[in-house]
Design a binder for this molecule. Structure first.
Ligand code: ATP
Ligand code: MG
Length: 736
């Protein structure tokens, strides 16, 4: 019985919800629906006035009738609006995006159809003929020989000239082209061979190719640029289709053929993400090329009769013999504040499902490192918040400090903790994941977010599944992003995780490019590759704004072998290394920093005065302890002095242990090390160290906050300060 009432209640409730909910949805979408309709009507009017008019060339009679297409566009909008109602509010932005994208495609195809209709053969006989004459005049004004053509003429005496048009050409035009090009080549002692072709895919207008350079005045080319610019436009939340149609109409109105100049080449072969091409006479190293299928690549090899490039995307659709064109710029990435808090791939495209990335500027991925005169000495500390590092291997802004160790020894952990420690310090961080697992990248992003560090961090990720080409360019791209901030006068920390995998990706590319291989099959220029990258880290002089890039490259070793090829290379490029010992790490000494093998060659100058004093004897004491401890394994009879050294060494080691995601302020670190090395913790057992540490920090941040601040700001540890600290510590020790 009761059950029946429950069901009835439930049905009533559902009915009520449906009635109330429907109203709300109607209210939300009603206004929008009306607005879109209104805008559509306006746009329709506008569109009638403004479909493609080829001003200089096409007479009035060609003005198209657009009502039918406008109706079609409107219908799709209505369908889409109906769809939105189906989906509900949650997925709104996604549908909106799709909707605008589809509308763009639709509008473009409508326009294309129109344009094709405009250039029918019947019409050709009349007015379009005049267009050919106008285009060829414009082209002949622009032609000249490029350095690539001259080089070609050195070995061949004939340069090929091809004149392609959509419709049969007048003899007068062909003769004119022949005369002008022959004259141009005769001046430099060469000959031409003119070919005249017909190609309906040009739609209208014509195209002249001299050597590898194309002077393109065709309608197809203009449409290509039109579509490219259209797709490049960001889609905003506030975009409506009405707006889109209006903008589109405005642009379509301005549509008229220009002469586009570019260079073409031909694909010879494609394999494993590498493409060999010929043609492209004047191409430069590092330039971007575009294949017919839309994929892009970057030139990495220029030989006399062929050019090698890496392909960024899918290479399955690139056919041998297909065309490839120069895009006309060196590979570059978007840079700027918009990247902060985002995860992007090596090309700067967002991969975090957070939508459009509004970066305004771009920088080339390869850039000259600052010259000696542009640099200032490294003299400001960059605190990692990790006791063992800030005390023993301090890092300065502009320094390059290598983190090296076997797999699973906490390398990434150190880098991530350092990023977290930059919170509220004004340092921008860039984490570059090269060949890492996707899950690890996601985890790092999550951790940074939880600790409030994502807002000032950019993650550049090319996971293990990415192509070698993308893994290879990732650190260069990330450095370009860092350079933007550095030249703005900001401090940047960049972590390359890790360069061993980067070297492997480069080896793969080099082998595929058939470059001679050297030691361990790495190419001969692997050292140059990494030094070119790391030299871009610098502390700029004040005249240049005083910004800095601090680099933390990571290298993975095999069985602790730091004398292998890649490790020795990178060690010799950097200003020091933090060596992580797998044995220490497994013993529970975490972070497992090997004090004997870790150094910082410039960071000492950047250390806080108190820390410098406190940590000066730390390294020797730890080394002494290690040595004794090893020796002690053979016997247990020791004198009082040795026992004391052992004991305090053990405590010091214990004090340097630190968990993840727990960065500690520099001055607190100094106070802890001072307390332990001066014997204030002597009575306690190693297990109690954690509590001792926590209480000491609490003591100096709450009760003795004023003294804490003095230590923080002190330039050096003078007698007065030392006296005050000693007094405070005595009180603390008696209480503990
Ligand atoms: P890989 O070679 O796979 O890149 P890695 O050297 O970068 O490894 P991490 O991934 O940083 O090592 O750390 C390995 C493991 O050790 C992780 O599970 C991490 O949580 C743990 N770990 C690292 N540092 C500490 C620490 N200070 N305290 C406790 N655990 C730690
Ligand atoms: Mg790692």
């Amino acid at each position: 019985m009761e059950f029946k009432y429950v069901i009835i209640n439930f049905i009533l409730l559902a009915l009520l919800l449906f009635l109330v909910g429907r109203k709300t949805v109607k209210r939300i979408f009603g206004a929008r629906y009306e607005r879109i309709n209104r805008e559509l009507d306006e746009a329709e009017e506008l569109e009638k006035l403004s479909m493609p008019v080829f001003e200089p060339y096409v007479p009035e009679a060609f003005e198209p009738d657009v009502t039918e297409e406008a109706m079609r566009a409107k219908n799709t909008v209505e369908e889409k609006i109906a769809q939105i109602k189906d989906y509900g509010i949650r997925e709104h932005s996604e549908i909106h995006r799709e909707m605008i994208e589809d509308a763009r495609k639709e509008l473009f195809s409508v326009m294309k159809e129109h344009v094709i209709n405009l250039f029918s053969y019947e019409k050709y006989k009349g007015e379009i003929k005049a267009l050919d004459g106008a285009v060829i005049d414009a082209i002949l004004e622009k032609i000249k020989l490029t350095p690539g053509d001259m080089a070609y003429l050195k070995y061949h005496d004939v340069l090929y000239v091809t004149l392609t048009s959509a419709f049969p050409l007048e003899k007068e035009i062909v003769d004119r082209v022949d005369a002008v090009t022959t004259k141009m080549l005769e001046e430099v002692g060469g000959k031409t061979s003119l070919w005249v072709l017909e190609d309906p895919s040009l739609i209208g207008g014509l195209r002249l190719r001299i050597g590898d350079t194309v002077y393109d005045g065709s309608v197809a080319e203009e449409l290509y640029h039109f579509e490219k610019n259209l797709n490049r436009e960001p889609i905003m939340e506030t975009d409506t289709e009405g707006q889109l149609i209006q903008e589109f109409s405005e642009r379509a109105e301005a549509f008229k053929p220009h002469i586009h100049i570019y260079q073409l080449g031909r694909v010879m072969s494609v394999s494993d993400g590498i493409c060999w091409m010929d043609g492209l006479a004047d191409i430069m190293y590092g330039e971007v090329v575009e294949f017919e299928c839309g994929e892009r690549g970057m030139v990495l090899d220029i030989q006399q009769n062929r050019i090698g490039c890496v392909i960024f995307g899918e290479y399955e659709h690139i056919e041998s013999g297909s065309k490839v064109r120069r895009v006309g710029r060196i590979a570059s990435v978007p840079v700027g504040e918009a990247l902060l808090g985002r995860v992007v791939d090596a090309l700067g495209e967002p991969i975090d499902a957070m939508g459009y990335l509004p970066a305004k500027e771009r920088r080339p991925i390869e850039y000259k490192a600052p010259a000696i005169l542009d640099r200032a000495p490294v003299n400001e500390p960059l605190h990692t918040g990790i006791k063992a590092i800030d005390a023993l291997v301090p890092i300065g802004k502009g320094q390059r400090e290598l983190i090296i160790g076997d797999r699973q020894t906490g390398k990434t952990a150190i880098a991530v903790d350092t990023i977290i420690n930059q919170k509220n310090k004004g340092t921008i961080c860039i984490y570059v994941a090269i060949g890492q697992k996707d899950t690890l990248i996601a985890e790092i992003k999550e951790k940074l977010k939880v600790h409030g560090a994502l807002d000032y961090t950019v993650i550049v990720a090319e996971p293990a599944s990415a192509s070698a080409a993308l893994q290879y360019i990732a650190p260069f791209c990330a450095t370009a992003m860092a350079e933007y901030f550095m030249y703005e006068g900001k401090d940047v920390l960049i972590v390359y995780d890790d360069l061993s995998k980067h070297a492997v990706a480069y080896r793969e590319l080099s082998l595929l490019l058939h470059r001679p291989s050297g030691r361990e099959a790495y190419p001969g220029d692997i050292f140059y590759l990494h030094s070119r990258l790391l030299e871009r880290a610098a502390h700029l002089s004040d005249e240049l704004g005083g910004g800095s890039i601090t680099a933390l490259p990571i290298i993975e070793t095999l069985a602790g072998d730091i004398s292998a090829y890649i490790p020795t290379n990178v060690i010799s490029i950097t200003d020091g290394q933090i060596f992580l010992d797998a044995e220490l790490f497994n013993e529970g000494q975490r972070p497992g920093i090997n004090v004997g093998l870790s150094v910082s060659r410039v960071g000492g100058a950047a250390q806080n005065g108190v820390m410098k004093k406190v940590s000066s004897s730390l390294r020797t004491r730890l080394a002494q302890y290690r040595e004794l401890a090893e020796f002690m394994q053979f016997g247990s009879d020791v004198d009082e002095q040795t026992r004391r050294t052992l004991n305090s060494g053990r405590l010091l080691n214990e004090a340097l242990k630190q968990g993840r995601y727990r960065p500690i302020d520099d001055y607190l670190q100094a106070l802890l090390i001072f307390a332990v090395s001066e014997g204030y913790a002597d009575g306690i057992s190693p297990d109690e160290m954690e509590r001792f540490e926590a209480e000491l920090y609490a003591y100096f941040t709450a009760e003795k906050a004023e003294l804490g601040q003095r230590v923080k700001n002190a330039r050096k540890l003078d007698d007065e300060l030392r006296g005050d600290i000693t007094l405070a510590l005595k009180e603390f020790a008696t209480r503990f």
